[in-house]
Design a protein. Structure first.
Length: 516
């Protein structure tokens, strides 16, 4: 400024008397010189000189001996520090902490001290909570189906649990069903091959095929129960579990009802009961099955089947069909259970019919065993609500077991005759009564006091019903008294003459024409 204003003259010139403060400040901001310490000096934009600091450390160099030691400097905005020269305690290099509150551990949230923005207390989140990713002072509960991760900073999904096909439960159920499918196919093949034999015809071929189809569906349902649930698969399970049972027990009910109606009608009239032909029996069976179809269709419309996640406990994540959770599957079983009860009642009512219809006894045994199985299944089903895989397995095994009982009890006696004792596969063996080899003439009136054994109206009616059930074969039934007499004579070795011979002798003695 002196050089510029005064031109280099010694002393102050008039132009600098007085000097303007603003001009002086402008020149001072531009000052740059070497100071006495040998460092460059200048003013910064704020009018401050350069910051230069020597960092001294009062250090213990020996026991009881302390010195000030330069350990660094701050120059031109940079810190140069010799860490190895710094000693905080004797033998320690780590600096002490000087904070109000340390950071919280994982799974902890902060609670600030009132009036202290830098001080807080840490509190633990609960077992199923994490620290909120949005607010560090709050915990957040993990949704159901998830659990906190190891760092307790996020919620991880729990692996879904369902009855997997490779599990021991599923393998056992599928193995049982597979054996049943093979046995059903074998029985079906035998029935087709021997469809014209008396044993097959006497059992009712058409209803037998319906029965085998229902048994096969019972075994196949198991495979629909053990795979990963989806909405479509849940709908199939809901329909199939009840439908297969309905087909089986509708066929059995049709059979027992037919036998019962025939013998009840024979006690009152010789008129043939209605709806006992094969086509009529199939129509009745279809009508019974259609009721189950209607029930399931309405159920599907009101509450469609769907797969859902079920959480019996906080740490479970089960993928199941919704009907397993609230036990509404019993809706599908309600109508089949009614059929089972009615069929069992018919089996009891027809247990004392003639030996020719001993299939009713097999049906009765089947129904008694089925009732025992279902009485065991119902409490097991409701008692396994917290263990859905076990509930599904018990249902699959119960369905297969019921089908197996029906298959064994109804078809094994006939298979024994067809395959092992084919000589018994004849009408005389199927119908243990006397056959007439001669055409039956118009019967002549007999004396009321000497009525032949087959002349009573009830016995003739039974004979007519037997003829219809054996495809028109003409037979004659013996009365109860004659049957006992014949058995007595057989034990003593006396040969029994048939009814016609006895009648012929009586007619000859009375000089009457030969007739029956």
């Amino acid at each position: 400024m002196h050089l510029t204003v005064c031109g280099g003259r010694r002393g102050l010139c008039d132009a600098m008397r007085p000097a303007s403060g603003s001009d002086l400040l402008r020149y001072l901001r531009k000052v740059n010189f070497t100071g006495l310490s040998g460092d460059e000096f200048h003013f910064d934009a704020n009018g401050d000189g350069p910051a230069r600091y020597n960092i001294l450390h009062f250090k213990q160099v020996a026991k009881g001996v302390y010195h000030w030691v330069k350990v660094g400097q701050y120059l031109d905005g940079e810190l140069q520090l010799h860490i190895n020269e710094i000693q905080f305690k004797w033998g320690e290099r780590k600096p002490p902490e000087s904070v109000c509150s340390a950071e919280c551990d994982l799974g902890q949230a902060k609670q600030y001290v009132e009036g202290e923005s830098c001080c807080w207390h840490c509190f633990n989140c609960t077992q199923y909570e994490i620290r909120s990713p949005f607010v560090e002072t709050a915990c957040m509960v993990c949704p159901r189906g998830t659990l906190p991760d190891l760092t307790r900073t996020s919620c991880r999904p729990i692996p879904e649990v369902y009855l997997r096909p490779d599990s021991a439960w599923a393998i056992g159920a599928m193995s049982f069903s597979s054996v049943g499918i093979l046995l059903t196919a074998f029985v079906y093949g035998v029935w087709v091959r021997h469809s014209s034999t008396p044993v097959v015809r006497a059992s009712g071929r058409e209803l037998s095929y319906v029965l085998l189809a229902g048994i096969l569906m019972c075994y196949l349902v198991t495979f629909a129960l053990v795979f990963r649930p989806t909405d479509m698969l849940c709908s199939l399970q809901r329909f199939g579990t009840g439908f297969c049972f309905t087909v089986v027990y509708a066929a059995l009910l049709t059979k027992t009802n037919r036998i019962s109606r025939i013998f009840n009608a024979s006690k009152h009239s010789a008129k043939r009961p209605i709806l006992i032909s094969p086509s009529s029996q199939l129509a009745i069976c279809a009508a019974l099955v259609s009721i189950q179809v209607l029930i399931v269709v309405v159920w599907m419309i009101v509450a469609p089947a769907k797969a859902m996640y079920h959480y019996p406990t906080r740490e479970d994540n089960m993928l199941v069909c919704d009907s397993y959770v609230d036990a509404s599957y019993m809706i599908a079983f309600f109508y089949p259970i009614v059929l089972i009860i009615v069929c069992t009642v018919y089996a009891v009512l027809t247990r004392k019919i003639p030996e020719a219809f001993n299939e009713s006894k097999h049906i009765g045994f089947t129904m008694y065993t089925t009732c025992v199985i279902w009485l065991a299944f119902v409490p097991l089903y409701f008692g396994t609500a917290s263990h859905v895989p076990l509930r599904i397995t018990s249902m699959a095994v119960t369905i297969s077991l019921s089908a197996s009982v029906t298959l064994v009890c109804l078809f094994s006696p006939k298979l024994y005759i067809i395959l092992i004792r084919p000589e018994r596969n004849v009408r005389q063996s199927i119908m243990p009564v006397r056959y007439s080899r001669k055409p039956i003439a118009q019967p002549m009136p007999l004396p009321a006091t000497k009525k032949p054994p087959c002349a009573d109206k009830e016995t003739q009616t039974l004979a007519a019903d037997f003829n219809k059930l054996t495809n028109g074969q003409t037979i004659q039934l013996k009365s109860a008294g004659t049957e006992k007499e014949d058995k007595k004579k057989e034990k003593t070795g006396v040969k029994i003459a048939d009814n016609r011979e006895r009648v012929d002798k009586k007619e000859k003695s009375n000089d009457r024409p030969d007739s029956l």
